[in-house]
Design a protein around this ligand. Structure first.
Ligand SMILES: *Cc1c(COP(=O)(O)O)cnc(C)c1O
Length: 367
């Protein structure tokens, strides 16, 4: 069958491997499998979220509240934002898609860093847009600005902090960049890990209201999948000026968030203490990874997230990842990004200890 030609050029997103796959393929007991591949919160979610969801399971025969009043109200209070400036998506992924559909068509230019979130490119290619990427591995706003001046763009993606490398621009650098961008170019500031960055370094913290007020051509995206531990619930949000958000509403399908997901997100927002504790533990455990890498002589990128990218030098990241997988440890190989590196989600103390032990084993085998 013939399909829309744009899809010849689109690759399928390869998600982190699920625990079930390792159980099936390698016959490992599910309780012995550790997944440090998708930047989930390893501490699970707040017990308050679980009891809330349990208490409303019986309502699932009803369509959810499509106005999402309560969740928008809670987000609005937390970020000092009017509900009209908020949209909720099935993960912030869905809002990335809204951004592309709102701004791009065949031949549009979409600008992004070389090594950044893979979905930016996939969504943009789905509508036949041209992808313009920097040459440097690490995101560089000067290079991005040069490309912008040369080619122009309908849409620019900034991942702050950046997945899969963990690096992060300062807020001031982003503002300086935005000052030079035309009002008709939509700039997406993807803050999927911004809670982590803001905790580690105040200079990296983005205030969504300040951002979209100073730069009406920007949108800020956040998610409940990472720090708020609701990856399985699929809830993300976008903040922007009314003209942008109301255009997104024309793209959105009704009832795009389930009743249970909405309730979970509302409850998760109430338990800030739980989230802050998780973030604080994340950076304590992160130090162990930095020390591990230093001891082995591996280069790593200082990370402002809940994962760390480590270059493996003489060892093949593909082989190392596969050998870890066979031992029930799921991590991310970055070969597909053109890097001989691995990305590991920072787990619990126990999970990290297990990772170091298994990685030692694998490296010894390869020596
Ligand atoms: C995880 C992630 C998202 C969105 O995840 P959802 O689960 O769809 O909310 C967006 N951007 C980046 C960079 C991510 O890592």
């Amino acid at each position: 069958m013939k399909f829309n030609k744009v899809f010849n050029n689109v690759s399928t997103y390869e998600a982190g491997k699920p625990i079930e796959l390792v159980v099936r393929e390698y016959g490992i007991d599910p309780k012995d499998v550790v997944k440090l591949a998708s930047n989930e919160n390893p501490y699970g979610c707040s017990p308050k979220v679980i009891s809330k969801v349990e208490s409303i399971v019986k309502n699932m025969y009803l369509y959810p509240d499509d106005s999402m009043f309560e969740l928008k109200d809670a987000l609005g209070k937390k970020y000092d934002m009017d509900s009209k400036n908020i949209i909720i998506g099935s993960g912030s992924d869905q809002i990335l898609e809204f951004c592309v559909h709102a701004k791009c068509k065949k031949g549009s230019n979409v600008l992004m860093a070389k090594t950044t979130f893979a979905m930016y490119e996939i969504y943009a290619k789905q509508v036949g847009a041209n992808i313009i990427k920097c040459k440097k591995d690490l995101p560089d706003l000067k290079e991005l600005l040069k490309l912008y001046k040369k080619h122009g763009a309908d849409l620019i993606f900034l991942c702050v902090p950046n997945n899969p490398l963990g690096d992060c621009f300062d807020k001031d650098e982003i503002y300086k960049f935005l000052e030079k961008i035309d009002k008709n170019t939509l700039v997406v500031v993807d803050g999927a890990y911004n809670e982590f960055a803001g905790f580690k370094d105040e200079k990296k913290k983005i205030c969504p209201k300040d951002l979209i007020t100073k730069f009406p051509n920007s949108v800020y995206l956040g998610t409940f999948s990472k720090a708020y531990s609701l990856g399985g619930m699929r809830v993300g949000y976008g903040f922007g000026q009314i003209d942008i958000i109301s255009t997104f509403y024309k793209i959105r399908a009704p009832f795009n968030i389930t009743t249970l997901s909405l309730a979970a997100a509302i409850e998760a927002l109430k338990d800030e203490e739980f989230v802050n504790e998780c973030i604080s533990k994340n950076f304590i455990e992160m130090k162990r990874y930095e020390e591990y890498a230093q001891n082995k002589g591996f280069e790593y990128i200082p990370s402002y997230t809940n994962f760390i990218a480590i270059k493996l030098g003489k060892y093949s990241s593909k082989v190392v990842s596969q050998k870890l997988l066979e031992r029930g440890m799921i991590i991310r190989d970055l070969t597909g990004y053109g890097l001989n590196a691995i990305r590991i989600t920072i787990g619990t103390n126990e999970q990290n200890t297990k990772l170091f032990k298994l990685l030692d084993e694998v490296l010894a085998e390869l020596n």
